[in-house]
Design a protein around this ligand. Sequence first.
Ligand code: SRM
Ligand code: SF4
Length: 527
Amino acid sequence: MTDTATTTTSLNKFEKFKAQKDGLAIRGEIEKFAALGWEAMDEIDRDHRLKWVGVFFRPVTPGKFMMRLRMPNGILTSSQIRVLAQVVQRYGDDGCADITTRQNIQLRGIRIEDLPDIFNRFHAVGLTTIQSGMDNVRNITGDPVAGLDADELYDTRELVQQIQDMLTNKGEGNPEFSNLPRKFNIAIAGGRDNSVHAEINDLAFVPAFQEGTEQEFSQAPIFGFNILVGGFFSAKRCEAAIPLNAWVLPEDVVAVCRAVLEVFRDHGPRANRQKSRLMWLIDEWGLEKFRAEVESRLGKSLLPAAAKDEIDWEKRDHIGVYKQKQPGLNYAGLHIPVGRLYAEDMFEIARLAEVYGSSEIRFTVEQNIVIPNISDSRLATFLTEPLLERFSIDPGLLTRSLVSCTGAQFCNFALIETKNRALEMIKALEEDLTFTKPVRIHWTGCPNSCGQPQVADIGLMGTKTRKNGKTLEGVDIYMGGKVGKDAHLGTCIIKGIPCEDLQPILQELLIKNFGAKLKQEALVINS
Ligand code: SRM
Ligand code: SF4
């Protein structure tokens, strides 16, 4: 199967259980599990294989599962979000939803006995959870304002959907790509601001015009994408994606995804799960051999990368109201604090999208929402809606850029509580300081880096630390992450700060590095 892991003895335990029974096999066993109950289930089925249908056992809340959707390009209809709301509503206080850092939604509180009904409801409105966890391709991200933004270079929506359809056999499950060596992330940027964090994906496509030298491109520049490969974060190693030195036409993107995934599936290292992401294969082979193998699977040569890509803007956060390219229409970006939604919120969002927009809701990798297609004539009334008091279009400059992973409330990897702590900390800092520009603070509960601290202005990674002979929740602080044009990763600058001592340190960093001022000081200067 693979170059590096051909013998059963060298396979890790995940490879062994995948070889015994493919994760997708449990599609046919959901009714049985529902009747059996979670406590009687085979542990590997419960803790691992269920993730192939997006159902995650939560050791922190046994019996209350998480469900991860797939949401190509981060787009839902109002009927779909209403179904999601109905699902979590039945779980009372246990039920909620989180918008994820991959433009996606996860539901909480799910009981195994309800899965058959939930899957039926999802099927009826075209929702799928298939292949959203474990060794599969994660939700594919695209530009959150695709088709709305007058400055966009390419509307990513259809391509993202086509890639998902290819990978998942239109949501039914595709055994061709359900046993990768590890997780795999794909992103397509369609605008100039890299709103998908292309640089932290295993495979990313960024807009680039090919011009000049090649004979076939001797006339007008032709639109396509430069390809980046190998970006990833893990507890042991984080890498920004590197150029493959290849350029593709939009119509070849799906085939390139297939070729790259086939190479990764058949040759990616499977012995050590800490060393199984795509970049480890590229390291082992070198970029030239990797590229040649992709071309061989593709059945044709790839053109060299265009001289430059078109990512030349700072990254936008889409919070606020913006004119669309369609005259008379606007999109509104609402800030959802740390991405947490309850059933009533979701019903209300569905209503707003129907009454004021076109029944569409979009999600961003900053865990916020966008409601598109609000007409000029309806805008003023939309802005008076009570929901906008909580989900603001103009939040404080720290609040608006806050991102947080799940943390200890639901995640057993977590070393610290994140979401509530993040909200409290931002509130306290905004009470004491004034800001002239947003500062992007990302919290992540452990080194897995789901909250992407390495892309933040200030990244906070959960850790355990010692103080006065006691073990406490703490953070390692990252700085220097740059997004948009010339994106690059931040690095750790301070280790092991107890969370209880963090506020004054953040205050100082904000004053020294981001022009924040103490409110007292600002009052004196202004008086
Ligand atoms: Fe993640 C594992 C949550 C985005 C790197 N991630 C997990 C698990 C499934 C662990 C678990 O079983 O508890 C977390 C589920 C907790 C829960 O109950 O919510 C989890 N990851 C998340 C989400 C929900 C964070 C969020 O609050 O938004 C994001 C879901 C995205 C989605 O819709 O699919 C999420 N995870 C990411 C990202 C960010 C990204 O994709 O831009 C990363 C870093 C980028 C990357 O993968 O290269 C990320 N998650 C990881 C890793 C480290 C992977 C590795 O190669 O070692 C793990 C651990 C693992 O896979 O073994 C992990
Ligand atoms: Fe869980 Fe760690 Fe990911 Fe946060 S970063 S969701 S704590 S695995």
